[in-house]
Design a protein around this ligand. Structure first.
Ligand code: ADP
Length: 521
């Protein structure tokens, strides 16, 4: 019999006996709609450096065909039976830029579409439940096809929640998975994959899973809940968000479930790609700079001021920047509320954002009143995002809630001091200058309301006048370590704890379940 931990790996004189399969519905650069893709694209590389044999599994979307290097077919196809339909599936293999093996599930009728989960006009795809049941069921067959049985299944968001349910109710009885475990990461609890009850029969789960202790959620199927209930351990993308989601205000109905699992829940702050986001080498900037020589930052500000179309005489004013989705979560209600007062202050504000048309209209109305000092750039523009991170003096991130957030970390690294709402990852990554003058790296407002936000911006502007103090804050911010290596070490700890608990338990007692509804899965 194949040992579950086949290949001990020696790193920094520690032995790791871990194979980790990342199951994710999006992985940068192949397919991206949000932060999940960044995590699934970056974390495996750092885990690999720590000695984990990591591989990735994702659907073969249309965007993958456009962005992936050559794909190699796996020799055998797999069949996934769902309801009355058998899905015949091809599997493909490639490697990420950093050499991590990545497997793709090809089923064009399910994944070859313009968008990942739905179109902006028509909304979510009607067959999303089926699309991610198929993907989740295919995980086990992928392992069989490549004869590789991971010790850890690392699952991400609702699209892979069912993998934890399949593992717990069935796969774990397979001796090849006898000591394997599941870790489920919540990237944003607002997205849960909730589907009408009739989809339960398509999941191939045993009837016992249709209960409040299973995937049933107020009469519907909830795929995220499957991940929360059935996984061995749950992580989320910042420590503060881990505690917030156990409360009614932030739990989106799942706070009770998470409270019950609070001993198996940990927040690990995401990292950022410190090579792509480095003011010393960033090719998008007119001039690079470092904490020791901030002169280049002035050139970036001048370039940003020109690009935004602000009048030259106003380019000495403090420049505020924002990069965001135009979405309620991102605090645009506060932005709209403070804009009339903010524009009375001597500042310029540039916002790079796409999304909700109603929010866009409201900001455009204000833009007409202050065309020389307020600019909304309504497109997705990575180059401009880099220039805003470098060229702005102050970065605004007033999110109502924020599981982790990336932009505040980019801005800290670029010496662009953030003003944030003290929530989730924003609270964890920024230290408030007004509370900790000697160690502060940014400004926080604690109550989600316009006066608190505006007053905090005023305080930041006041401090900006003191060049010496401001540079001290910039230097502290730029010295922070947001590398993935730091986060990866914490994930390895989680994996080790899960596996240690399995070893202690030994092979779990209990009979191997028979075929469910005539279907072996
Ligand atoms: P979320 O994942 O909730 O949208 P994050 O702050 O975690 O928010 O990550 C957003 C990512 O998308 C960042 O890398 C940010 O720079 C980028 N981004 C968002 N909107 C734009 C835009 N219009 N143009 C360029 N980059 C953008």
């Amino acid at each position: 019999m194949r040992r579950p931990f086949a290949r001990p790996i020696l790193v920094e004189s520690r032995v790791f006996e871990m194979q980790v399969l990342f199951c994710a519905s999006e992985v940068a650069p192949f397919a991206k709609s949000g932060g999940l893709a960044d995590v699934a694209g970056s974390l495996p590389k750092s885990l690999h450096k720590l000695g984990c044999d990591v591989r990735i599994f994702m659907p073969l979307y249309r965007s993958v065909r456009e962005r992936a290097p050559a794909l190699d077919p796996l020799p055998q196809d797999i069949i996934i039976p769902i309801g009355t339909h058998d899905y015949h599936i091809h599997l493909w293999k490639s490697r990420t830029e950093s050499g991590i093996p990545i497997y793709f599930l090809e089923k064009d009728e399910l994944y070859d579409r313009s968008y990942l989960y739905g179109s902006p006009i028509r909304g979510d795809y009607e067959d999303n439940a089926e699309r991610f049941i198929v993907f989740s069921l295919a995980v086990r067959q992928l392992c069989a096809a490549i004869d590789w049985h991971p010790s850890i299944f690392h699952l991400h968001d609702w699209q892979t929640g069912l993998v934890a349910a399949y593992f717990q109710t069935n796969w774990r009885y397979d001796p090849r998975f006898g000591r394997s475990g599941t870790v489920f990461t919540i990237h944003n609890i607002a997205y849960q994959g909730v589907f009408p009850a009739r989809f339960f029969s398509l999941t191939n789960l045993p009837p016992s899973a249709w209960s409040p202790q299973g995937i049933e959620f107020w009469g519907n199927c909830n795929f995220l809940k499957a991940g929360l209930v059935y996984s061995d351990f749950i992580t989320t993308v910042s420590p503060r968000y881990a505690s917030e989601i156990t409360t009614r205000d932030f739990g989106f109905g799942l706070d009770g479930v998470l409270k019950e699992r609070k001993d198996s829940l940990r927040g690990i702050l995401n990292g950022i790609d410190i090579n792509t986001w480095d003011p010393q080498t960033d090719p998008s900037l007119p001039r690079n700079y470092s904490a020791n020589d901030l002169a280049g930052k002035k050139a970036c500000k001048a370039a940003l001021c020109r690009l935004a179309g602000f009048v030259e005489e106003s380019c000495d004013l403090p420049l505020l920047g924002m990069i965001s989705r135009l979405a309620a979560q991102k605090g645009f209600d506060l932005i709209e509320e403070i804009l009339p007062d903010l524009m009375k202050l001597p500042v310029n504000l540039v916002i790079l954002a796409t999304g909700d048309a109603a929010i866009e209209t409201n900001i455009r109305d204000m833009e007409k009143l202050y065309p020389n000092r307020l600019k909304l750039v309504n497109r997705y523009d990575e180059e401009m995002a880099h220039l805003i991170e470098a060229g702005a003096d102050i970065f605004l991130m007033p999110s109502r809630y924020e599981p982790c957030g990336l932009n505040q970390m980019y801005s800290l690294r670029y010496g662009t001091i953030p003003v944030v709402h003290a929530t989730g990852g924003l609270d964890d990554s920024v230290t408030d200058v007004l509370v900790h003058p000697e160690s502060g790296t940014g400004f926080k407002f604690y109550k989600y309301e316009q006066n608190a936000f505006l007053e905090t911006i005023r305080s930041a502007l006041e401090l900006l006048k003191d060049a010496r103090k401001w540079v001290e804050i910039q230097k502290r911010a730029m010295a922070l370590d947001f590398s993935w290596d730091r986060s990866a070490r914490q994930y390895v700890e989680v994996y080790e704890n899960v596996l240690a608990a399995k070893k202690e338990l030994g092979t779990r007692p209990g009979p191997k379940p028979g075929p469910i509804g005539g279907v072996v899965f």
